[in-house]
Design a protein around this ligand. Structure first.
Ligand SMILES: *Cc1c(COP(=O)(O)O)cnc(C)c1O
Length: 344
C-alpha cells in the first residue's frame, strides 16, 4: 500500500546519493580528530551558518544538552520558553545531568518570548537566587506551529542578553526552514546566537545527526561535554557523509515542503468538520482541529492510517502533519482525499 507519512520530518529516508556517499566515505577515529569526513562536515556546517567551528552530535537533544551544559554550571539558570522543545521534550536533561535550573517565560503564539518577560526573569545579584547565565530561543518553533523568529527579533534579544552579560543558545533544529520562510541567509539568524544546534535528520533528510556551531573556544569545550555524555563517536564519517549531502542538496529544496504544507492546509480548510487557521501555517508544520460531534483526533488518525496516510494526534482534537523530503504535491492530494473520506 502507498503510505504518505506526515507524522514528522524525522521519518525521511536517505536519498540514493546519501547512501552512495555513506558507502564511499573516507573514515578515521573521530575521537582522535582523524575522521576526514566528520571534519569536513563540521567545517561546512560552521561556514554555512557563519560560525568558527562545528561539532557533530547524535541528535538535536544531545546538541541542546551539550550546548547548555557548556554554557552553564550547576545551580545556574537558563531562561527558555514554556513551550520550548528543550523544556518539554528533552526529558529534563539539563536538570537531570547538569543541575541547571530552567526558568520558563511564556512563548507567544509566534514562538517569541516577550523581551520584557525575559528581562523580568533575569535574576538580580542576590544570594537567594540562582545566577542567570543563558537565554534559549527556538527557530522555527515546533509547538508554535513552526513559526520563524525574524532576524530583527533575534537582534533585540541579543542586545538584551549583552546588556546583562548573558549568552544565547539557539535551538535551530529547523533553522533552515526559518531562513527559507523569511527569505534570509541562515547567517542572519545565527549571528545573534553564541551557539546553535541544527538537525541534519529533519528537513535535511539525513539519517542521523545534528551539528552544534559556535566559536572555536565554545566548540572545544562542547567537545569535552559531548565526550562526558558518551557522544564521542569513532568512524562517524559514515553519518557525516550523509550530512554533507544534506547540506549540499537539501537546503535549496525546503521551500517545496512549505508549499506542500500550504497546499495541505488550504485543502483542510475546505473539508467540513475540520478547523484550521491558515495564518498559522508558517513553514512545514500544519496543525488542525477536529471540529465535529462524535469524532476525536485519535479516531481520525486511525481512520487515516487505514487509508495509507499517517498523521500525529497531539491533543484530544488536535492533529499535526509535517511535510518533508519524499512528500510530493500528489501525496498531499492523496492525503486530502483520504481526509475527505475519513470525515464522511
Ligand atoms: C526535533 C527537535 C529537537 C530534537 O531533535 P532530536 O534529534 O529529535 O533529538 C530539538 N528542538 C526542536 C525544536 C526540535 O523540533
Amino acid at each position: 500500500m502507498h503510505v504518505v507519512d506526515l507524522r514528522s520530518d524525522t521519518v525521511t529516508l536517505p536519498s540514493d546519493e546519501m547512501r552512495e556517499a555513506i558507502a564511499r566515505a573516507e573514515l578515521g577515529d573521530d575521537v582522535f580528530g582523524e575522521d576526514p569526513t566528520v571534519n569536513r562536515l563540521e567545517q561546512m556546517a560552521a561556514e554555512r551558518v557563519g560560525k568558527e567551528a562545528g561539532l557533530l552530535v547524535v541528535s538535536g537533544t544531545m546538541g541542546n544538552l551539550a550546548s547548555i551544559l557548556t554554557h552553564c554550571r550547576r545551580g545556574e539558570e537558563v531562561i527558555l520558553g514554556d513551550q520550548s522543545h528543550t523544556f518539554i521534550y528533552e526529558a529534563g536533561g539539563i536538570s537531570a545531568l547538569g543541575g541547571i535550573h530552567p526558568h520558563t517565560v511564556p512563548n507567544q503564539t509566534d514562538g517569541t518570548l516577550r523581551p520584557e518577560d525575559i528581562e523580568a526573569a533575569i535574576r538580580p545579584d542576590n544570594v537567594h537566587f540562582p545566577r542567570t547565565r543563558l537565554i534559549c530561543l527556538e527557530n522555527t518553533h515546533n509547538r508554535c506551529c513552526g513559526a520563524s523568529l525574524r532576524p530583527e527579533y533575534m537582534a533585540a534579544v541579543e542586545q538584551l542578553a549583552r546588556r546583562h552579560g548573558l549568552a544565547i543558545h539557539l535551538d535551530g533544529a529547523r533553522v533552515f526552514n526559518a531562513a527559507a520562510a523569511l527569505g534570509v541567509d541562515v547567517k542572519e539568524l545565527a549571528q545573534h546566537a553564541d551557539s546553535l544546534t541544527f538537525c541534519l535528520s529533519k528537513g535535511l533528510a539525513a539519517p542521523v545527526g545534528s551539528v552544534i556551531c559556535g566559536s572555536k573556544a565554545f566548540i572545544a569545550e562542547a567537545r569535552r561535554t559531548r565526550k562526558v555524555l558518551g557522544g564521542g563517536m569513532r568512524q562517524a564519517g559514515i553519518l557525516a557523509a550523509a550530512g554533507i549531502v544534506a547540506l549540499d542538496k537539501m537546503i535549496d529544496r525546503i521551500q517545496e515542503d512549505h508549499d506542500n504544507a500550504m497546499r495541505l492546509a488550504r485543502g483542510i480548510e475546505r473539508i467540513d468538520g475540520l478547523s484550521i487557521d491558515l495564518a498559522r501555517v508558517y513553514t512545514n508544520i500544519v496543525y488542525f482541529d477536529v471540529a465535529c460531534e462524535g469524532l476525536n483526533a485519535e479516531e481520525l488518525a486511525r481512520r487515516l492510517s487505514g487509508r495509507g496516510v499517517r498523521m500525529l494526534s497531539v491533543g484530544p482534537m488536535r492533529i499535526r502533519a509535517v511535510t518533508h523530503y519524499g512528500i510530493t504535491a500528489e501525496d498531499i492530494d492523496f492525503a486530502l482525499h483520504a481526509l475527505e473520506e475519513a470525515m464522511r
